[in-house]
Design a protein around this ligand. Structure first.
Ligand SMILES: [Zn+2]
Length: 160
């Protein structure tokens, strides 16, 4: 792992995208099992096309996600290959997702089932906002957030 700071905003955004892709992909995989799938050929074709599109997007998504995390190129190529390999892609997705989750958690973010809330990313990245409630602390003198009482991180909020 490199020493450079990962791009948290990009990382959180790309993780959310990948989670959505996985959900859509799962829906399209189950669609042929639905009763209407047997009778409407056109719908099956649409579901199939969507499935392929999702699959390609997921491979690209994993590469973009690992790039935002500043992962070593060899590790990125390995994961991309695993994404193409049969049966390995789900495992790779889980592995990559847990790696990204760990990186995001290290930055103080709460990672839920659907990734990180974009508002929370902004709170963490903007030193003028309260880390707990998002209240604007520009020019705060008391040292505590007037909204929720959280102690203000002086090192990052003081300007000049
Ligand atoms: Zn607060």
């Amino acid at each position: 792992m490199a020493n450079r700071q990962p791009d948290i905003r990009k990382l959180a955004q790309r993780q959310r995208w990948l989670i959505w892709l996985v959900l859509i992909s799962m829906l399209t995989q189950f669609s042929p099992l639905l009763p209407w799938g047997q009778f409407h050929f056109a719908l099956l074709v649409v579901a199939g096309a969507l499935q392929i599109l999702c699959y390609v997007s997921m491979v690209v998504g994993v590469i973009l996600l690992l790039t935002a995390r500043d992962t070593h190129p060899i590790w990125i190529i390995l994961n991309a290959l695993l994404m193409i390999a049969p049966c390995a892609n789900m495992l790779t997705l889980i592995l990559v997702n847990s790696m990204v989750t760990r990186t995001l958690k290290k930055s103080g973010l709460r990672v839920g089932l659907m990734g990180v809330d974009p508002d929370e990313v902004e709170r963490i990245l903007n030193p003028d906002l309260c880390k707990t409630c998002g209240y604007n602390l520009t020019g705060n003198q008391s040292g505590t957030c007037p909204e929720c009482g959280t102690e203000v991180d002086r090192a990052s909020s003081q300007v000049g």
